[in-house]
Design a protein around this ligand. Structure first.
Ligand code: SAH
Length: 346
């Protein structure tokens, strides 16, 4: 059985043509799928015979809501979705003045091993399919009744570790006959997989690249981000300069402020030195306190921001949303897994 929602319009049209159907059927099926149809039976403009033929060859993914939390503080919604194989992933819906934004996952778990991140504690289980990424947008929109205008690939997983599928997802979600979300409304966040940054740059997409920097010096970065041992921060900055030259798109650097680790003035000075020559935006993130982690939130965020600004760098502090729900990266999935394990033991 083939996962039809991961197929492009051209692929669906081609498959239908092989079944002896006219070209416009492809668009009909594609449109149904991207409106959230969960069975071929719902596709009322197709003949019963064709619906049966499709149902015999293709599946339609549809995640189930395993848990949903709504913040009483700001209305942020967090979904824990159960996928077809029983694995769970998270999606967060945030309300900003510039529109509703979903933060979606790209993998079940993660193998990047960042020391402060909850998503990586159990390692990577598997990559998500393009349909499973699309479903997070589609079903969050359907369940919440709210129109989604922006997407950030900043949930569980490393998007550049699943790049072929992420590119397919981007094509699907951007399609005029689908959700039609513009590339300029999409951000992709990476811990710094340089070959992926190069591949993405060659495509010259209009999306925003976010780089999880978290330290400008190799020693500190290697301590909190194992990826730095494979792709060190100087090579990363070089790739970022190249990416800007190639695409003309300003890069956003994510920087989780960790007490006594990466929050010193000399590190702000070093960031300024390393980004010289390209417009950069540094997004300072108050560290989410992960219980198992020895790292604590910094108390120097304002001072660090001021120091960056003195160097002429745009630095913002990320507003923390959903503080009363398990909004911190990967924590809902982790808690659910723990609860399940406890159930098995008792
Ligand atoms: N793998 C990608 C995208 C997912 S993580 C990446 O690394 O960019 C999304 C962002 O959340 C990253 O910037 C990540 O470093 C950050 N993050 C992870 N755990 C965090 C925590 N405990 N507090 C603050 N930010 C965190």
């Amino acid at each position: 059985m083939t996962d039809i929602k991961s197929m492009t319009l051209e692929e669906i049209t081609g498959a239908l043509r092989e079944m002896g159907e006219p070209a416009f059927r492809g668009k009909q099926v594609f449109t149904w799928l991207h409106r959230g149809a969960v069975s071929f039976d719902a596709m009322s403009n197709l003949s019963k015979a064709l619906r049966e033929k499709l149902a015999a060859a293709y599946t339609i993914t549809a995640p189930k809501v395993a848990c949903k939390q709504v913040s009483r503080l700001d209305g942020t919604m967090k979904y824990l979705w159960e996928l077809g194989d029983g694995n769970c992933i998270e999606t967060v819906l945030m309300h900003y003045h510039h529109g509703n934004t979903v933060c979606i996952s790209s993998q079940v778990g993660c193998r990047m091993g960042c020391a402060f991140c909850a998503s990586t504690l159990g390692g990577k289980v598997r990559n998500l399919t393009a349909s499973e990424m699309l479903d997070q947008v589609l079903f969050t929109q359907l369940d919440s009744g709210e129109t989604i205008s922006n997407i950030v690939l900043m949930g569980i997983g490393e998007p550049l570790d699943n790049l072929d599928t992420v590119l397919r997802f981007l094509e699907l979600v951007n399609h005029p006959d689908g959700l039609h979300i513009g590339m300029r409304h999409i951000s992709l966040s990476t811990c710094g997989l340089i070959p992926g940054i190069r591949r993405l740059g060659e495509l010259e997409l209009q999306l925003t690249l976010s780089v999880s920097l978290h330290a400008p010096d190799s020693e500190t970065r290697s301590r909190i981000m194992p990826v730095n041992r494979a792709y060190n921060v100087d090579a990363l900055f070089e790739a970022c300069h190249w990416y800007f030259q190639k695409t003309g798109r300003r890069i956003s650097f994510e920087y989780a402020m960790i007490d006594g680790v990466n929050d010193q003035d000399w590190q702000a000075d070093l960031i300024a030195q390393k980004v010289r020559g390209m417009p950069a935006h540094v997004n300072l993130i108050p560290l989410n306190d992960v219980r198992e982690s020895p790292w604590k939130p910094s108390r120097r965020i304002a001072a660090f921001q001021k120091r960056l600004e003195e160097h002429g760098i745009t630095a913002t502090v990320r507003r923390s949303l959903g503080g009363d729900i398990d909004a911190a990266c990967g924590q809902l999935r982790k808690r659910a897994a723990e609860a399940q394990r406890e159930e098995h033991l008792s």
